[in-house]
Design a protein around this ligand. Structure first.
Ligand code: DC
Length: 227
């Protein structure tokens, strides 16, 4: 039997987005990155001058944000299209400014309850979904048929993020942060995200330091045959 809902959680740089997207493609499922929703709320808050400490205002903003994540539709390297308030924010939500405030925005229970309800509704509207985030297996979809928790050391996660940015920006780009800057940024985000980042008690935990993406996928396929 094929699981209809697959949850993949893990910290920044654990490889969950790459693995999740490839798994969804292989199964013909929708790939849904819940981090993009928190980023979209953070982006809207920056646009509208809403304080990242104001949970009530951010919760209300999340409620009326009209965030939609769907298949790419545009061929510019994107894995999916994210829109908020009718605007395409797919690339805007990846900016360093958004990354800097998103943990603070996503920590508010008012924001989380709104987005979690939307994530849950979406997972049940679709026939097959790979939902990626921090709290999917434990909170959003506790009944997901397959739950994966990917992890990797801080050093390895920083190296991956650095390589990814290098490929996107080019080695000589002044906007390319140093490896140690990336490491401190990930460490800071781990700290603020940790409260909402626990593996579900029944998640399969995969330590990916010494595994390539195809190797991680192989491990997951092994569980899919029995799920
Ligand atoms: O995975 P990401 O870096 O795009 O996630 C952005 C932020 O959103 C991250 O700081 C943690 C938060 N997040 C969350 O709290 N719960 C989720 N399910 C997904 C992301």
């Amino acid at each position: 039997m094929r699981p209809g809902r697959i949850a993949i959680d893990g910290p920044a740089g654990s490889g969950k987005s790459t693995v999740g997207e490839q798994l969804a493609r292989k199964l013909g499922y929708l790939y849904f990155d819940t981090g993009a929703m928190y980023r979209a709320v953070a982006w809207l808050a920056l646009q509208r001058g809403i304080d990242a400490r104001n949970g009530a205002a951010l919760g209300a903003l999340a409620q009326r944000a009209d965030i939609v994540i769907d298949y790419p539709h545009v061929e510019d390297g994107r894995l999916y299209t994210v829109s908020a308030g009718g605007q395409d924010v797919t690339w805007a939500i990846r900016s360093a400014t958004v990354t800097r405030v998103v943990s603070q925005v996503s920590a508010h229970p008012e924001v989380r309850s709104v987005l979690r309800a939307q994530q849950r509704a979406l997972a049940y509207q679709r026939n097959g979904v790979v939902m990626v985030g921090r709290d999917i297996g434990a909170v959003v979809l506790p009944d997901a048929e397959l739950k994966i928790y990917l992890t990797a050391s801080l050093e390895e996660r920083a190296r991956r993020r650095y390589t990814e940015l290098q490929e996107r920006l080019g080695t000589g780009d002044a906007a390319l942060p140093s490896l140690s800057e990336i490491m401190s940024d990930i460490e800071r985000r781990d700290e603020s995200d940790k409260e909402n980042m626990q593996p579900a008690h029944d998640a399969i935990v995969i330590m990916t330091d010494n595994l390539s993406v195809p190797e991680v996928l192989e491990v997951i396929y092994g569980y899919l045959e029995v799920a």
